[in-house]
Design a protein around this ligand. Sequence first.
Ligand code: GDG
Length: 472
Amino acid sequence: MSRTIIISNRLPTKVQRTASGLSFQPSEGGLATGLGSIYRADGNVWVGWPGLFVDDPAEQAHVTEQLQADSMAPVFLTEAEIRDFYEGFSNGTLWPTFHYFSEFSLYEQAHWEAYVAVNEKFCQAVLALAGPEDTIWVHDYQLLLLPEMLRRERPEATIGFFLHIPFPSYELIRVLPWGAELLRSMLGADLIGFHTYGYMHHFLSAVAHLLGLPNHNGQVETPDRTVLVDAFPMGIDYQRYAEAAASEVAQAHERTYREYLGETRVILSIDRLDYTKGIAQRLRAFEVLLQRHPEWVGQVSLLMIVVPSRDQVAQYAGLKMEIDELVGRINAQYRTISWNPILYFYRSFPFEELAAFYRLADVALVTPVRDGMNLVAKEFIASKTDQRGVLILSERAGAAQELADALLINPTDTGQLAEALHEALQMPPEEQASRMVAMQALVRQYDVFAWTELFMNRLAYSKIKQETLATD
Ligand code: GDG
């Protein structure tokens, strides 16, 4: 029987060290939800790092046993690997380069070597589990070398690869000392998926320019195989967000918040701390709104949630200081005894409270300078069961390719962003509803389950096609 093996850097369970020992909590991430029914099915397995350093063999055995019971297989990383592979090459080189922040990129040979070694470690973990006929689905930028490593050992396997972040113009890939090798390794897959056609075209152009391999309608001919490349925009679990927002718990939270907020309108902003998310630009735009349109002073608050992330990487600590400073300055200038311009939280919230925030918000401000997709935009739409609310969305988020009924803006144009806020806050309810209905239809139809099914079907098809070509 052919099995499916999912591989991503992080497992869909959060393992944490607490005072009473290790705790295991299912992750609420979109990927975990979408692939949940697949990896838990008979014989299938999800391979990944449990997200913390464990070196005691007894503790490793305990973690392995706990995860195995839920169809997962851990890959343990040493402290040096976490530093050089994860924080170093993955988040210090690939992440900035792929999001057009080349100036932040580190080019450290030691980080590259750790990246190769950890991809090899993942490869060995998969080989220990996979049979020659199995279907293997590799995820994201931490594992770009894995498709080729697996192909060498399992020439017959069906291998899919999906990139969750943007794929940049080939000019950016060319800057990377290891660019051509990364491309060649990705081509070990049978099917390579991206969120948008734009990323797909960038990839094909990089393959043509740097490897000299042409493509025909998204099929790349390597010397020994044909690789399919396509766009698969990822969705969310629509029903889960719609139901959570309508739940009694979310409504109770909303009533509590309203007691403090009174009639104040709410603009919502939710991201991980990241320089790609345009958080500082967003704060400046809010300040411009208050300057240019003083009628909103005392009438509207920006509810800004920044979830702590990657604080071991230098740029993130600097960004945190910049945000703290901006929030402090704007609040100090505009606040009154009874009104706060910015309600700033540097922490994460439980899912039910997040649902209440989506419910409460008049406007969602999603303005990344680069973003593979951005699921917050889609979650906000699914949560608006009364069809009220306006989405302001960066044209440089993958989601903008689908959500044409949002107010699309250039996130670095502070003036345009301030005017979009002004427009959103005044938008008549009928226009809010007509835009929301159109976007809901789309987000509901192309949910995360449809995404998974489409990718898996296309992967099966790519294999059949390979076999047909081989026998022709
Ligand atoms: C990468 C790509 C792509 C946020 N705060 C809280 C919380 N969240 C949840 C949101 C959402 C998720 O985190 C963030 O997803 P994004 O898509 O916005 O961003 P990345 O984490 O950067 O993900 C991105 C994605 O992969 C999928 O392919 O869209 O472009 O960068 O689901 O709801 N959840 C809870 N509390 C919080 O405070 N419970």
